[in-house]
Design a protein around this ligand. Structure first.
Ligand SMILES: *[C@@H]1O[C@H](CO)[C@@H](O)[C@H](O)[C@H]1NC(C)=O
Ligand SMILES: *[C@@H]1O[C@H](CO)[C@@H](O)[C@H](O)[C@H]1NC(C)=O
Ligand SMILES: *[C@@H]1O[C@H](CO)[C@@H](O)[C@H](O)[C@H]1NC(C)=O
Ligand SMILES: *[C@@H]1O[C@H](CO)[C@@H](O)[C@H](O)[C@H]1NC(C)=O
Length: 160
């Protein structure tokens, strides 16, 4: 019993540690992903416009967005913030005549190319082919949930 209690304490420490890690994502990453697009002093305005247009296009279409969020390697929340920021920023760039003359209408390009990419099975650089279609719900889930129930009710059985 002593051993089992210690085991549970160790498990709970891991759980708390994981929760803590979630709450404090790497600050550098958050900074970079959520503020990718300063409006002034951009080294290359066209590159900025291009990124914004491509990301905004993905953000605005629910099919592209869902695929992109599932595929992006940084978490869901950070990815959606980045997409929302791009979508909020694009209208000003689309309406900027000088920028569109210098770079071409990258909003239009993003719209057509995103549709082409999607038809070919891509959203941005990610393939949409092997996307998970749902959560696993086979009979083994019963066994796993059963084991969890047994494990965590043992403490009451033994304690009583
Ligand atoms: C945006 O999409 C266009 C069209 O596919 C592509 O040519 C361009 O390289 C993309 N921009 C960036 C920054 O990836
Ligand atoms: C660029 O294309 C978009 C979408 O087709 C259009 O709404 C916008 O007016 C165009 N911008 C310019 C400056 O022509
Ligand atoms: C999203 O893109 C797909 C494929 O290009 C298109 O069929 C669909 O109508 C778009 N959805 C929206 C809401 O624009
Ligand atoms: C289209 O796909 C290419 C290659 O996968 C990618 O570089 C480009 O950014 C994509 N364009 C858009 C608008 O998503």
């Amino acid at each position: 019993m002593q051993l089992f209690a210690s085991f549970l304490v160790v498990l709970s420490v891991f759980h708390a540690a994981m929760g803590a890690a979630d709450k404090f994502p790497a600050p550098v990453l958050v900074e970079r992903q959520t503020n990718p697009l300063p409006t002034t002093q951009v080294g290359d305005a066209c590159l900025d416009y291009s990124i914004t247009a491509n990301m905004s296009t993905i953000s605005a279409n629910s099919s592209y967005r869902a695929a992109f969020i599932q595929k992006a390697p940084v978490g869901t929340i950070i990815t959606s913030r980045m997409l929302n920021a791009a979508q909020a920023k694009l209208p000003a760039l689309t309406a900027n005549v000088a920028l569109n003359q210098e770079c071409g209408n990258l909003t239009e390009l993003a719209l057509t190319e995103a549709a082409n990419n999607f038809t070919n099975g891509f959203v941005a650089q990610f393939s949409t082919k092997d996307l998970p279609v749902g959560i696993k719900a086979g009979p083994e889930v019963i066994v796993i949930v059963g084991c969890i129930c047994v494990l965590f009710s043992m403490v009451w059985v033994f304690a009583g």
